[in-house]
Design a protein around this ligand. Structure first.
Ligand SMILES: Nc1ncnc2c1ncn2[C@@H]1O[C@H](COP(=O)(O)OP(=O)(O)OP(=O)(O)O)[C@@H](O)[C@H]1O
Ligand SMILES: [Mg+2]
Length: 250
């Protein structure tokens, strides 16, 4: 059984269809990159997986996580899986941080929600913050979001997504706000995660990022997968003109 199996996924916001018959699978210990231009539906795929779609949306097709159909989950089942088994780094991280709480508290709370019995959540939070590449974590722990740069907020969000050690991490352009050295560090963290048998879906429009971390790639255009393959195939032998065009941008 694959870790994640997406089959014939379609999505509509109101009467605007944005995903058409999207299918792919992800195994344990794999990094899949979803690439495509702005508006092609990359984020929408991640939202469909974690069930964060707006009320006016309609989704059909199947998304199975460890054989369990995610599109049919009750709210309660969803709460047990999302954040615990499936972590998410959002495209606009700062909007997901609460301005009224210190960032450390927010990382800690992401953990205690799922592990209320743990006696030392602060330690887990600090460790996740360190893994996410935040310097001087003890000091940053007590800061509020507005006291941190965009790049640091991004890393706090990465820490939140990792603190429960999910088996699937969904990361939406997670390195966009980061300078090159921090970006390298985050990509190397994703490779470490993969090497422990966990999996990552990484949304990016940067083929440089793809080259550094991907095992498999799907190319999305106007809501459809137009090309897929392992990373070497895509770089050495792109079939679609559109993929060649994206590749020529690096
Ligand atoms: N809540 C929504 N209601 C209506 N349309 C939406 C909504 N969210 C996204 N869309 C539309 O769906 C399409 C796909 O959007 P999506 O955000 O998934 O693309 P994306 O590939 O992630 O783009 P980007 O690279 O800019 O982040 C776009 O045309 C977008 O305008
Ligand atoms: Mg997006």
């Amino acid at each position: 059984m694959s870790l994640l199996e997406v089959k014939g996924l379609n999505l509509r916001y109101g009467d605007k269809q944005v995903l058409y018959d999207v299918s792919f699978t992800l195994e344990e210990g794999e990094i899949l990159c979803i690439v495509g231009e702005s508006g092609s539906g990359k984020s929408s795929i991640l939202y469909a997986i974690n069930g964060l779609l707006p009320a006016n949306s309609e989704v059909w097709g199947s998304i199975k996580f460890r054989g369990k159909e995610l599109t049919q989950l009750s709210d309660r089942e969803r709460r047990n899986i999302i954040g615990r088994e499936i972590g998410m780094v959002f495209q606009e991280p700062s909007t997901y941080l609460d301005p009224l709480f210190t960032v450390g508290t927010q990382v800690e709370e992401a953990y205690t929600t799922h592990f209320p019995e743990d006696k030392n959540p602060r330690e887990k939070a600090l460790l996740a913050m360190k893994r996410a590449g935040i310097p001087k974590v003890e000091e940053k722990f007590n800061m509020y979001p507005h006291q941190l740069s965009g790049g640091l907020k991004q890393r706090v969000c990465i820490a939140i997504s990792l603190v429960c050690e999910p088996s699937l991490l969904l990361a939406d352009e997670p390195t966009t706000a980061l300078d090159v050295s921090v970006q390298k560090r985050i990509l190397s963290l994703f490779r470490d995660i993969r090497d422990t048998g966990k999996s990552v879906i990484l949304v990016t429009h940067d083929f440089g990022v793809v080259a550094e971390v991907a095992d498999k790639v799907v190319v999305l255009k106007d809501g459809r997968i137009i090309e897929r393959g392992d990373v070497y195939d895509i770089f050495d032998n792109p079939r679609e003109e559109y993929t060649k065009l994206l590749l020529s941008a690096i």
